[in-house]
Design a protein around this ligand. Structure first.
Ligand SMILES: [Zn+2]
Length: 147
């Protein structure tokens, strides 16, 4: 068991603490950094899990990336892909949905594609989710070449 950020060996307690609260393997230093980021941005835990899932698959993403208007849960700047985690399925009001749609429109105008992923997919099917995102990245890369 090593820290996903710095590869430091984790002892049992650090490992258990990080897994029980955030769900990723982090050393004490990176755990407390991550806790601060989560508190500051109200980051869904699944965003953190996806970020590290992508990292393990060799994809460098950014967590809580500020696009000038809003903070994106996970962004992959190389292919201009924004990933938002949906945490409240079925509870969305039409105002929230319209805000999201307008946000997506602004992103599209700036050349960014937004995809929304329900948090349960990341929690239970992280590998498949990461593989699909890699497929989307390949599609975006191919389209960028055509233009
Ligand atoms: Zn670390």
């Amino acid at each position: 068991m090593v820290c996903l950020e710095c590869k430091k060996e984790l002892d049992y307690l650090n490992h258990k603490n990080a897994m029980d609260t955030i769900g990723v393997e982090l050393c004490e230093k990176h755990y407390s950094r991550m806790q601060k980021l989560i508190e500051l941005n109200n980051t869904p835990l699944e965003a953190v899990q996806l970020y590290y899932g992508l990292k393990e698959a060799g994809v460098s993403a950014m967590l809580e990336w500020w696009d000038g208007k809003k903070s994106i849960d996970v962004a992959i700047s190389r292919v201009k892909l924004n990933i938002e985690i949906e945490t409240e399925n079925g509870l969305m009001t039409h105002e929230q949905a319209m805000n999201d749609l307008e946000g997506d429109m602004h992103s599209f105008k700036n050349g960014f594609t937004t995809i929304r992923i329900p948090h349960i997919l990341i929690r239970y099917y992280l590998n498949e989710t990461v593989n699909n995102i890699i497929g989307i990245m390949e599609g975006l890369k191919a389209n960028i070449k055509v233009i």
